[in-house]
Design a protein around this ligand. Structure first.
Ligand code: GAL
Length: 615
């Protein structure tokens, strides 16, 4: 009995060891290999802090129903470590919960740790305290930067490991990413760039995550890290080694919106065409960026001037509703690709010319599976082609998928899903009241300095707002007091917007834009004899999320600030005493919260009154 029992136990151990050896993610030239099986993987970006935890199960289920295999997300460093060493992984930042939910729904996860993420996210995901680490230089071969980056990447990997979330542990994470689109920056970053990129790759692999790492847009990604493509089309792309699969980490489903900018739209016919083009040429991993864009809550939008909505024209809209026909047409595309998968994973296609603009890409397995993609690259003319003795009609700019090399089950330009625009109902019965912030009532936290200060170095981004206040004495001899030709106040700011008040009266606003955050305000302002108070409310409208040398970026009124049209001509106010106050009174009272809102006096406006009565 005893020895028989030991034998059974030994067999069980051997079986378990075999499962563990198999339960791994690797890759080869053709595809990512999961548990020994090459896979054609369809993936979609859903960024967990851009929706609420209550929405996550439904978003993930809709991704699965849409035919996805993988959910991809960035990890948002500044959300997780708002102050150095103080971590936050709750609520919208509950990364573990999000990954587990994806796993429970039967989806894999691609974790893009970055920790630089771009993503139209405030400061590209960097915590603002990082800018004030002594001697730091961002995203280059710099000791202080690399130490902080490594600390965070290792923190995330060990957290995922201790929760058992990597695929080899039985969890859903099959892929990771370090850095983000660093390749195109290398020439601008100088000598430190290449050593940094290869350090990042090696550091990531050394974390022992045990899944393949990718670096997107990194042509020189060192083995074993896979370089991948981002773009509207990626069929021109091949990885830097024949032993790596062809992967598309960002297939842009639309685009983001900036304040004052257009709301972009990408037709699903073109999206499906781009994906089919990629797959027919041997691509085996496609991630939709975004599959659900969501919302830039709080002050998370990058910029400056990235909009609060991050809808992105994605297959699931900002509110979590499926966007038709985009979602449904892509689901049908995924079904067709899945049907073709046994032939697709077996090797590279052979290409046959079947017309001037038409080609057949054919995949065959040794077991007899056959799949063909018939493409028409003409932008406006449909074509009738013959393939394998059968006739097929191909609309312009389209691809038909034949999972058995005979029946066209899907054409990228033939949308069968009816369009169903989301219905918006005006919210009725709401009463609106307003609260007005005082114009610069300084409190005990205000402080005075000689000259103008850079805004971020004062606020550390705890608030978007910094009040700049100074006083100007006007002599009775000033001509303008009689002529009424008011002096001209000129304010130069590094960005992103200013509201100007003199003696409590508003004299307008000025703001920069997404492409150029700098601004100049220049207007006549009414002044009186004696002491005049100039108050400038400077606002940061989302810190830029891309570019070089983050350590050198500035916000706020850096000057010069001048007053012209005085008897003496122009007076430079830049170097005189200025008093500073961080944030607004409404912020410190928390008027956005229930308790805070009861601490101020709310006022009805006539318009609000009218709406409330009629609503
Ligand atoms: C990519 C970047 C993403 C996002 C996208 C535009 O270049 O990797 O993070 O910023 O552009 O939405």
């Amino acid at each position: 009995m005893r020895s028989g029992g030991a034998g059974v136990l030994l067999l069980a151990l051997i079986a378990a060891a075999a499962v563990v050896a198999n339960a791994a993610v690797t890759y080869d030239h053709r595809a990512v290999v999961i548990n020994g099986r090459r896979r054609i993987l369809m993936s979609g970006s859903i960024h967990y802090p851009r929706s609420t935890p209550e929405m996550w199960p439904d978003l993930i289920q809709k991704a699965k129903d849409g035919g996805l295999d993988v959910v991809q997300t960035y990890v948002f460093w500044n959300g997780h470590e708002p102050a150095r060493g103080q971590y936050h992984f709750a609520d919208r930042y509950d990364l573990v919960r999000f990954v587990k939910l994806a796993g429970q729904a039967g989806l894999f996860v691609h974790l893009r740790i970055g920790p630089y993420v771009c993503a139209e996210w405030n400061f590209g995901g960097f915590p603002v305290w990082l800018k004030y680490v002594p001697g730091i230089s961002f995203r280059t071969d710099n000791g202080p930067f690399k130490a902080e980056m490594q600390r965070f990447v290792e923190k995330i990997v060990s957290m995922m490991k201790s929760e058992g979330l990597f695929e080899w542990q039985g969890g859903p994470i099959i892929l990771a990413q370090v850095e983000n689109e660093y390749g195109p920056m290398e020439s601008a970053m100088g000598a430190g760039a290449k050593p940094y990129a290869s350090w990042a790759a090696n550091m990531a692999v050394a974390t022992g995550a045990g899944v393949p790492w990718v670096m997107c847009k990194q042509d020189d990604a060192p083995d074993p890290v896979i370089n991948t493509c981002n773009g509207f089309y990626c069929d021109y792309f091949s990885p830097n080694s024949n032993g790596k699969p062809t992967m598309w980490t960002e297939a842009w489903t639309g685009w983001f919106t900036a304040f004052g900018g257009p709301v972009p739209h990408r037709p699903v016919e073109d999206m499906a065409f781009a994906v089919a083009r990629f797959v027919q040429k041997g691509g085996s991993f496609v991630n939709y960026y975004m599959y659900h864009g969501g919302t830039n809550f709080d002050r998370t939008a990058g910029g400056p001037f990235i909009a609060t909505s991050y809808d992105y024209d994605a297959p699931i809209d900002e509110y979590g509703l499926i966007r038709q026909p985009k979602w449904g047409h892509l689901r049908d595309l995924h079904k067709a690709i899945k049907q073709a998968e046994p032939a697709l994973v077996s090797g590279d296609p052979t290409v046959q010319r079947i017309g001037n603009y038409e080609k057949a890409y054919v995949f065959k397995s040794s077991a007899g599976a056959c799949a063909a993609f018939l493409s028409n690259y003409h932008t406006s003319a449909a074509a009738r082609v013959v393939y394998n003795g059968r006739r097929y009609d191909l609309p312009a700019w389209s691809i038909s998928i034949l999972p058995d090399c005979k029946t066209a089950v899907f054409n990228t330009a033939t949308v069968k899903e009816p369009s169903a625009p989301a219905k918006m109902n005006p919210a009725g019965g709401l009463a609106w009241q307003s609260y007005s912030e005082d114009t610069n009532a300084l409190d005990s936290s205000a402080f005075t300095k000689d000259g103008l200060v850079e805004q971020l170095s004062m606020t550390w981004d705890k608030s978007d707002y910094l009040w700049y206040t100074t006083y100007v004495n006007i002599d009775s001899s000033e001509q303008f007091l009689k002529s009424g030709q008011w002096p001209q106040l000129t304010i130069n700011s590094a960005g992103h917007s200013v509201q100007v008040f003199v003696n409590g009266q508003s004299f307008g606003v000025a703001y920069g834009g997404y492409n150029n955050p700098k601004l100049t305000y220049s207007k006549p302002v009414k002044m009186w004899q004696g002491s005049n108070k100039i108050s400038i409310l400077s606002s940061a409208m989302g810190l830029p999320n891309q570019g070089t040398h983050y350590e050198a970026w500035n916000v706020g009124v850096l000057g010069p600030v001048t007053l012209s049209g005085l008897n003496q001509g122009k007076r430079d106010l830049s170097n005189q005493k200025w008093t500073y106050q961080i944030g607004l009174k409404g912020e410190s009272l928390g008027v956005n919260s229930v308790s805070g809102s009861s601490s101020v006096e709310w006022r009805w406006t006539w318009a609000a009154w009218g709406r409330a009565r009629s609503g």
